[in-house]
Design a binder for this molecule. Structure first.
Ligand SMILES: [Zn+2]
Ligand SMILES: [Zn+2]
Length: 281
């Protein structure tokens, strides 16, 4: 089934996809990064000395922001992997292309510089950054919301950096340590997404939400909903019509309860089986 599916994959030409990084997109990336950091600095300046800011508020905002960023990374990645095409105006070149290119050539991301790696995520974070500045900072709840959103977009910005590091052959000692203790996205964990047909483990900030979202079949359920309302076939542009239909069929074949039970079984470690003859005497 798996080999068959791989044969059916209509993988797009990596070189053609890489050529899509035009000068206009590069300039947009540079502008987005500059505006993003200016907004984050302005928020830090505004919150500095605010009487409602305390260590617990900040710590919980930072941690919840990290979880939220992991979810956002999964959601945006799922959208770009599953729907649309590289030929769509504006969004096609700027957002869909990098995801398509990444499935064809995993290592391309390791050749992207800081600007190409982080431009997109800074761009999508700008409206949220502006919101954190214009909202009132007059009560603990508002201050928490501003700090939470400010933290979330910081981790959203860091997502592609963590993702890029997970594809490096030899990351530095600090990065490698953070990956080992799973404080940022570990390479083996992310490798699960890179198995055709690329239809699970979308979260790429830290990946803490991948297992829970798989267990509740979050993305397959959303795909059913989108297909039901729009008639679109998930992953049609990425892996081709035949493969996309095959994936749907294979996931439809099992009831969701069976899938959830399987995910649960996979997540618990199996005790080692000892053959009767091998028992110590
Ligand atoms: Zn993907
Ligand atoms: Zn990847």
């Amino acid at each position: 089934m798996k080999n068959n599916l791989q044969n059916q994959l209509r993988q797009q030409d990596a070189h053609a996809l890489a050529q899509g990084y035009s000068r206009a997109i590069r300039l947009m990336d540079i502008g987005s990064i500059a505006i993003f950091f200016a907004l984050e600095l302005a928020l830090a300046y505004l919150l500095w000395g605010n009487p409602h800011v305390g260590p617990w508020l900040l710590l919980s905002a930072i941690l919840l922001g990290y979880l939220a960023a992991d979810f956002v990374s999964g959601f945006v990645h799922w959208m770009a992997d599953t729907w649309g095409s590289t030929t769509m105006p504006v969004l096609g070149k700027a957002f869909v292309r990098p995801f398509r290119e990444h499935h064809v050539d995993q290592k391309a991301i390791t050749r992207h510089d800081f600007i190409e790696t982080n431009g997109n995520n800074c761009a999508i974070s700008i409206p949220v950054g502006i919101a954190t500045l214009v909202m009132p900072h007059s009560s603990p709840a508002w201050v928490f919301l501003a700090a939470f959103l400010g933290s979330m977009i910081f981790w959203v910005m860091a997502t592609n950096q963590f993702h890029k590091w997970s594809h490096l052959d030899t990351p530095g000692p600090v990065v490698s340590f953070l990956q080992r203790v799973h404080l940022i996205l570990p390479p083996a964990h992310h490798g699960i997404h890179h198995t055709a047909p690329f239809h699970k483990y979308y979260c790429i900030t830290v990946g803490w939400l991948n297992k829970p979202l798989t267990m509740i079949r979050f993305f397959p359920a959303l795909e059913r909903l989108v297909t039901w309302t729009t008639g679109m076939l998930p992953r049609q542009d990425d892996i081709g019509t035949e493969a996309a239909k095959a994936v749907l069929k294979s996931t439809d074949a099992e009831a969701s309860v069976v899938q959830a039970a399987k995910a649960l079984l996979e997540s618990t470690e199996k005790p080692e089986q000892i053959a009767p003859g091998a028992l110590p005497r």
